[in-house]
Design a protein around this ligand. Structure first.
Ligand code: DGN
Length: 258
């Protein structure tokens, strides 16, 4: 079966992009819950309810593994999804936290994400579970989401916003910063400019793709190398036009149709 990926909307395409690069023989099914986006400002209970619906949709289509690409949904709903599904379920938080702990040189780890992700404390818990002594500073950066979707990723406007949000990290001596939201890899350039060259940026999407490859390998679930390119199917819960148009930028290639 294919790998199932869901997100609150478009953002999870950054995770799909990393998955396609790391596992080029795998078929994928992507569901963007564009009717209910954003998840980042909603309660954990509501995000969990939506997440279970999304998982059910993908499960009915025969997925062998579920990747929760959305940080907010991973933070709120991972235990509920793992309890409800008969296939392995992976979120983006554990892999991102693990990579951050490998990178930090003891100066502390910063986390940026949606208000829901930060409020849940999921990254903080995952980091402290791996190293009880780690100093964690988490900040919500909600305006990064519309900036990334509007394609406003360079120039003065995103730079000013990034300075407002990220000034504290420089003061607190953080040496590693987790991009804990699907949209933030698009703003990597601006974020790097503000935090400076001494702060290492952790892309949760890449860390997750690596974790998926490991898990599929361990379980003997890797797809055999195929002759042709594997199929990638896209589904959305609202009309597809905006998803197809904006999504191409997030995925780094055209989206056939959704
Ligand atoms: N996909 C969400 C996340 O990674 O937290 C961001 C978009 C949203 O729902 N606000």
């Amino acid at each position: 079966g294919p790998i199932g990926v869901f997100d609150s909307g478009i953002g999870g395409l950054t995770v799909l992009k990393a998955l396609m690069a790391r596992l080029p023989h795998e078929r994928t099914l992507y569901l963007g819950d564009t009717a209910r986006v954003p998840y980042g400002t909603k309660s954990g209970e509501v995000v969990t309810r939506y997440s279970l619906k999304n998982a059910e949709f993908l499960l009915e289509r025969g997925i062998k593994l579920l990747v929760v690409a959305c940080n907010t949904a991973s933070a709120a709903a991972l235990p509920a999804l793992q309890a409800a599904l008969p296939v392995p379920v992976l979120g983006v938080i554990e892999p991102g936290a693990r990579t951050a702990l490998q990178r930090t040189r003891g100066g502390g780890v910063g986390v940026i994400g949606t208000p829901g992700t930060v409020r849940s404390g999921a990254y903080q818990r995952a980091l402290e579970a791996g190293n009880p002594k780690v100093a964690v500073k988490a900040t919500a950066c909600p305006l990064f989401v519309p900036l990334a979707e509007e394609g406003w990723t360079t120039g003065d406007v995103p730079l000013l916003v990034a300075r407002e949000y990220l000034a504290g990290f420089a003061r607190d001596g953080v040496d590693t910063l987790v991009l804990g939201c699907t949209h933030y890899p698009l703003l990597k350039g601006v974020i790097a400019e503000v935090v400076g060259p001494h702060v290492s940026l952790v892309d949760s999407a890449e860390a997750t793709a690596e974790a998926v490859a490991e898990l599929l390998g361990e379980k003997g679930l890797l797809a055999p190398a195929s002759v042709g390119a594997p199929e990638h199917a896209f589904f959305v819960t609202d009309v597809p036009e905006r998803f197809v148009e904006v999504g191409a930028r997030f995925l780094g290639r055209p989206i056939p149709s959704a």
